[in-house]
Design a protein around this ligand. Structure first.
Ligand code: PLP
Length: 403
């Protein structure tokens, strides 16, 4: 029977296409053609969850006290582990009762926060490029998204001074994310001070996504919004265990910050889910309690891959500055090529998968994101294949000088 009388809600129909779904089709086609795919497209860590976390999960799984519905707001024990971790990492003291909330992965919370706060027609400021949930959440909730175009000449930082006064006056929420997925850009502390002042002036809720707080290199320590005086008065910060602890499949994240904002999200969530399985909260707790040596090992792994890939791409004409954080390299497409055209060419000729920058919004056009989710042997193979296929970066200067 055909359900042609049944249309999905407009909020789904009007969403921009999800580029990752299209990418899946392209990958399937390349596999059919016999390519040995090297998939550097997703932000899905390739490593195993640390053994102490797996063991804590097994132990918690065997305790029947964990088998019922968990408390809506998360277990006291996990919330305490979160606030202790915040104090240890950032010197920020938070109330585990009201200022920390476990999430079913941070993507869930980032999206539901929009449902808790955005009325149809409300204006939300979101950088472009951005992590898709930052604009898809507000769009699903019926909001209007005003894109803040990020530019390489501004080191991919939001240019707050370029936001028209009328737009800032109307805006209700601003999402942002440093260290950034996809650009790998980091923001200096002064930027956080400026954005807090901006948000206070215009009365805008700040939503900071600090998913890559731990994946930082060369002594760089990312800033928390909550470290900034006044930050907690107007904002919240999202974290995930997916990336740092190789736990993407477990779905454990949390939000911390302003208690009123968190209360709104909690109220919405009590109507939609029952909170995170208590055994997973126990596992999350053990992850946050891992000694710093674990973090150092993960950081070293990504730093080594970063150096290796940037060096290899350098031999092919790309001049990419060393990123101070994240698990991504953000590279410009060869001159005159759009993101989609370039990733298709790379996939067809080499079987290597990059993410087109426009998957993250129009501001990512002309770039690709490369995830550091393969070991150096495989990354070496990527460079060899690109070389063999004659895929290089042509700097603009070469073209213009030959005019
Ligand atoms: C990976 C990622 C997330 C999603 O994390 P989950 O906790 O797995 O949902 C959120 N924000 C950014 C910027 C990410 O890169």
């Amino acid at each position: 029977m055909s359900l042609d009388w049944l249309a999905p809600a407009e909020r789904i129909q009007t969403l921009p296409p999800y580029v990752f779904a299209h990418l899946d089709q392209l990958k399937a086609k390349a596999r059919e053609q016999g390519h040995d795919l090297i998939d550097l497209g997703m932000g899905n860590p390739d490593g195993a969850t640390p053994q102490p976390v797996v063991e804590a999960a097994i132990k918690a799984l065997q305790n029947s006290a964990n088998h019922g519905y968990p408390p809506f707001e998360g277990t006291t024990s996990f919330r305490r582990a979160i606030t202790k971790w915040y104090d240890r990492r950032y010197g920020v003291v938070l109330d585990p009762e009201t200022e920390a909330l476990p999430l079913l992965g941070s993507k869930e919370g980032l999206t539901h926060l929009a449902f808790a706060y955005v009325n149809p027609g409300d204006l939300v400021l979101v950088p472009s490029p951005a992590y898709p949930a930052h604009f898809r959440g507000p769009l699903l909730a019926g909001g209007k998204v005003h894109s803040l175009m990020l530019k390489p000449e501004n080191d991919w930082l939001i240019d707050l001074a370029a936001i028209p006064d009328a737009v800032a006056q109307q805006a209700k929420i601003l999402y942002f994310n440093y260290p950034s997925n996809p650009t790998a850009a980091t923001a200096p502390r002064e930027f956080f001070e400026e954005i807090v002042a901006f948000a206070r002036k215009y009365e805008i809720m700040l939503v900071h996504d600090l998913c890559y707080a731990e994946l930082s290199f060369d002594g760089y320590q990312p800033t928390s919004l909550l470290e900034i005086p006044g930050g907690k008065d107007i904002g919240v910060e999202f974290h995930t265990l997916s990336k740092t602890y190789n736990m993407a499949g477990w779905r454990v994240g949390f939000v911390v910050g302003n208690s009123d904002i968190i209360e709104g999200l909690r109220t919405l969530k009590t109507n939609m889910d029952y909170g995170l399985f208590a055994a997973l909260q126990a596992a999350g707790e053990s992850a946050l309690q891992l000694p710093d040596i674990y973090l150092e090992q993960v950081q070293k792994l990504y730093r080594t891959r970063r150096d290796f890939l940037i060096q290899g791409l350098g031999e092919l004409g790309w001049d990419i500055p060393k990123t101070k954080a994240t698990m991504y390299v953000w590279a410009k497409c060869p001159l005159g090529m759009g993101s989609t055209e370039f990733i298709q060419k790379v996939l067809e000729k080499t079987g290597v998968v990059f993410t087109p920058g426009n998957a993250f919004g129009l501001g990512g056009q002309g770039y690709v994101r490369i995830s550091l989710i393969a070991d150096c042997d495989r990354l070496g193979e990527v460079i060899r294949r690109l070389k063999q296929a004659g895929i290089r970066y042509q700097p603009e200067a070469v073209v213009s000088s030959s005019q």
